[in-house]
Design a protein around this ligand. Structure first.
Ligand code: PMP
Length: 420
């Protein structure tokens, strides 16, 4: 590391809370699939800020929309109307095929919003007795960091000494349809099932074919809401506009596969292309109309800059065919990684969908080998991050090209060969 990088890292360590463990690299510039550090070294970004920068870094159309709006009107709060909000709301609801949207800022806030809507729907529409609503969640989930959300996490490190927690959650194994059915049958107070279509933080765990459709059907049969957290999987990341779009060829919404259309859809991250914090919860009238004035909100939610940025970011997804690109290059990336695995036994498994992928390293979960490998990737000009001691996620911006994927595969193989 250069002395410049070291000094900047030291500043963070001295004055910032130690709530993260970043890879030692200090970035100062981004463009498309690339980022540059403070010494001018260029890297492929193979994380995309956990799948937020799907449209590529500093996309000129999105940044342009932000700058234009920032010079006009930035924040009114929802005390007043603003001229961008309705435009965004119409655009985003039509884009994803829902009646209504509730705009927030971060993924965790949107998850909290969805949980509140789900509970309120249970009491006011389903007829659940007061304070009895239960929500089913999955083991190894990641939905954010608020106290309610960590109440149903099974990451002990994320939970330890943060209690007491929020009640009303039932945890079942992921990708286990029988467990879901048993939980739904447990009592009549199940309000909903919150699920990640692919578990990202758990190490890019892709459920079996048909799991989501079956889960949706079971929820419908038990009058429980199917709540999809697509904060990481949404916005073209998995080769479809949404991961809940299943295998239909639709790239502009999930109308064609109503059996997996969520009752509540949670979006964040790439809905703004990583340019500005924007998240959103979508649902149809019967569900969203349970929320009345004064019952939920945020000063920044739905602000004019967020609204303008999100519309531009979603336009880019369509204009640049990012779903198709993610699907095609995801296949190429996994094939290349499997080829490397056939020559280097360090990779024990390659998995993923579209451009949300992971390699599993032949070592145990507590090892620091994945970390060491990521340091080596960095030295060779590619930035990725382990999800565990033995798993590394690969999630480049979706604007990446075939030639760039090949280049990255060479870097990955070269780095892994250093550990042979
Ligand atoms: N849900 C999922 C599925 C996520 O992957 C994340 C972030 N990794 C979140 C929610 C939380 O989003 P945020 O960090 O914006 O609060």
């Amino acid at each position: 590391l250069s002395s410049k990088s070291e000094a900047l890292i030291e500043k963070e360590n001295k004055y910032g809370a130690h709530n993260y463990h970043p890879l030692p690299v200090v970035l100062e510039k981004g463009g498309g699939v690339f980022v540059w550090d403070v010494d001018g070294k260029k890297y492929y970004d193979f994380l995309s800020a956990y799948s937020a920068v799907n449209q590529g870094h500093c996309h000129p159309k999105i940044v342009g929309a932000m700058v234009k709006q920032a010079q006009t009107l930035t924040l009114t709060s929802r005390a007043f109307h603003n001229d961008q909000l309705g435009v965004f709301e119409e655009y985003v609801t039509k884009y994803f095929g829902f009646d209504k949207v509730l705009p927030m800022n971060t993924g965790a806030e949107a998850v909290e919003t969805a949980l509140k809507i789900c509970r309120k729907w249970a009491y006011e529409v389903k007829g659940t007795p007061e304070n009895q609503a239960q929500i089913i969640v999955c083991e190894n989930n990641f939905h954010g960091r608020t106290t309610t959300i960590i109440s149903f996490s099974n990451d002990e490190n994320a939970r330890k000494n943060f209690g007491p927690f929020t009640e009303g959650f039932i945890k079942i194994p992921y990708d286990d349809i029988d467990a879901l059915e048993a939980a739904l049958k447990l009592n009549s107070n199940i309000a909903g099932f919150l699920v990640e279509p692919i578990q990202g933080e758990a190490g890019v765990y892709v459920p079996s074919e048909g799991y989501l459709a079956k889960a949706k059907a079971l929820c419908a049969a038990h009058n429980a809401l199917f709540i999809a957290d697509e904060v990481q999987t949404g916005i073209a990341r998995t080769g479809r506009l949404l991961a809940t779009c299943g295998n239909c060829s639709c790239t502009q919404g999930c109308e064609n596969t109503p059996e997996v259309k969520p009752d509540i859809l949670i979006l964040g991250k790439a809905i703004s292309g990583g340019v500005y914090p924007v998240s959103a919860v979508l649902a149809n009238n019967e569900i969203m109309n349970v929320i009345k004035p004064g019952q939920h909100g945020s000063t920044f939610g739905g602000n004019p800059v967020a609204a303008a940025v999100a519309v531009a970011a979603l336009e880019v997804v369509r204009d640049e065919n990012l779903s198709e690109n993610a699907e095609r290059l995801g296949i190429l990336l996994r094939k290349g990684l499997n080829d490397i695995a056939s020559r280097n036994s360090l990779i024990s498994l390659v998995r993923g969908k579209g451009l949300l992928n992971a390699i599993v390293i032949n070592c145990d979960e507590e090892s620091d080998l994945a970390w060491q490998i990521c340091l080596k990737f960095r030295d060779y000009g590619l930035l990725a991050k382990p999800t565990h001691g033995n798993k590394i996620r690969f999630a480049p911006p979706l604007v990446i090209t075939e030639a760039q994927i090949q280049d990255c595969l060479s870097i990955i193989e070269k780095a892994l060969n250093d550990f042979k």
